[in-house]
Design a binder for this molecule. Structure first.
Ligand SMILES: Cc1ncc(COP(=O)(O)O)c(C=O)c1O
Length: 393
């Protein structure tokens, strides 16, 4: 499916330049149709729970295929936070007493790990140097007491992308598993958990996976899951939820043991349609397209001397590009008046790209930023100028 055909499925793009997938993916017609199908089934059949559970299994299979995992290695959860809490509840601080995360992680990740202090699990942060998070920052805090390295793939507040392969090597050298939060990248580039050496992964469906809030995923390597018994549990974490045995805890094999209660069925319907739509395009094609658009903005910003918060090197960034500004709120309203929807973090302009965005979207943004040039900060990314030649194709 070409980017233009894909784009035509998103009604909002007829009216707006949508550069806010890092916050919420745009609504596709097939996703809306799937939500209607959920409602129709509810109207017509009242309580089609068997069907709804089948849909959840289909979704589990779709997500497993997306990341190169087996179906039983995926838990369908409500949010990244609930997935992380289930994992946290299974870690035994007597075995290893520290979890490593970083300054670039989404706050919820810090909150989940800091909340474990009462159970004896400490949190160490890999410390950033400005908008950089070098591997040496992780090296400084990972050791033989590390129970888990839990960090982000792409940073939500500056677009920095961690080197997952190197992080996996580093964690494994100390006998610790690596958990990646791929919320800000999943859906925009191939991510094969086995090839990357990732042991666990969390992500939600609402951003680049083009679903709704309410459903998220946890991947846990089969042998790792077998070794973990979450105390944060519930009937959908059991081998057979429909055994209805209140007296017996019988954890499911694999990642299902990290689930808890009734699945978020409407969100499951939406995510299933969204993942099927993404499969029609393929992550490889999406990656090429998204990277070209991000390159365009980075290069254009460099030419105009606008200060980038996101690395200029393509391998250190994902779909998110951020520019420092003098007055971001005024800039956001000026953009919004022209139908350009972006967001902000840390006083900077936050833009992000998906397969439905076009080169024209980037040109519209550049034009609008040019017209509001006084609101932009001048500088470069840590003294580095972008040396990018727009990729062909
Ligand atoms: C990197 C990252 N992790 C996690 C989350 C949210 O997690 P949850 O599903 O628990 O709300 C976000 C949301 O913006 C995010 O950007």
């Amino acid at each position: 499916m070409s980017p233009a055909d894909f784009r035509s499925l998103f009604p909002i793009l007829r009216e707006k330049v949508y550069l806010n997938s890092c916050s919420q993916g745009a609504l596709a017609e097939p996703v809306e149709a799937s939500l209607r199908e959920f409602m129709a089934g509810w109207h017509e059949q009242g309580n089609p729970w068997e069907l709804w559970c089948e849909r959840m299994e289909e979704l589990r299979g779709e997500f497993a295929a997306l990341i190169g995992a087996d179906t039983d290695e995926v838990a369908v959860t409500f949010s990244a936070s609930t997935a992380l809490n289930a994992v946290a509840s299974a870690l035994d601080p007597r075995r290893r007493s520290r979890v490593v995360t970083s300054d670039f992680d989404f706050p919820t990740v810090g909150h989940v790990w800091l909340a474990q202090a009462g159970r004896g699990l400490e949190t160490e942060f890999a410390r950033a140097e400005g908008d950089l998070l070098p591997l040496s920052a992780f090296e400084a805090v990972i050791d033989s007491a590390t129970a888990l390295v839990s960090t982000t793939h792409v940073c939500y507040r500056n677009g920095w992308k961690n080197d997952v392969t190197r992080l996996a090597e580093m964690a494994h050298a100390h006998g610790a598993p690596l958990l990646i939060d791929a919320f800000q990248s999943m859906g925009t580039e191939p991510f094969n958990v086995r090839e990357l050496g990732v042991d666990m992964l969390v992500t939600g469906a609402l951003k680049y996976l083009l679903g709704t809030p309410g459903v998220a995923f946890l991947y846990a390597r089969r042998d790792l899951a077998a070794d973990l018994l979450p105390s944060d549990s519930g009937w959908f974490a059991q081998r057979n939820p429909f055994a209805y045995d209140v007296h017996r805890l019988d954890y499911a094999d694999g990642a299902r043991r990290f689930q808890s209660g009734s699945p978020p069925v409407p969100a499951v319907y939406a995510a299933l349609a969204a993942l099927r739509l993404l499969r029609k395009v393929g992550l490889e094609a999406i990656h090429g397209h998204v990277e070209r658009l991000a390159d365009m903005l980075v290069e254009q910003a460099g030419q105009r001397g606008w200060e980038l918060m996101t690395p200029v090197e393509p391998e250190r960034r994902g779909p998110l590009v951020m520019l420092r500004c003098r007055d971001v709120e005024t800039l956001l309203s000026a953009l919004s008046e022209r139908g350009i929807l972006c967001s902000t973090r840390d006083g900077a302009l936050r833009t992000s790209f998906h397969y439905y965005n076009s080169a024209d979207d980037v040109f519209s943004l550049i034009e609008a930023l040019n017209d509001n040039g006084g609101l932009m900060k001048l500088g470069s990314f840590h003294g580095r100028e972008p040396a990018i030649h727009w990729r062909q194709g």
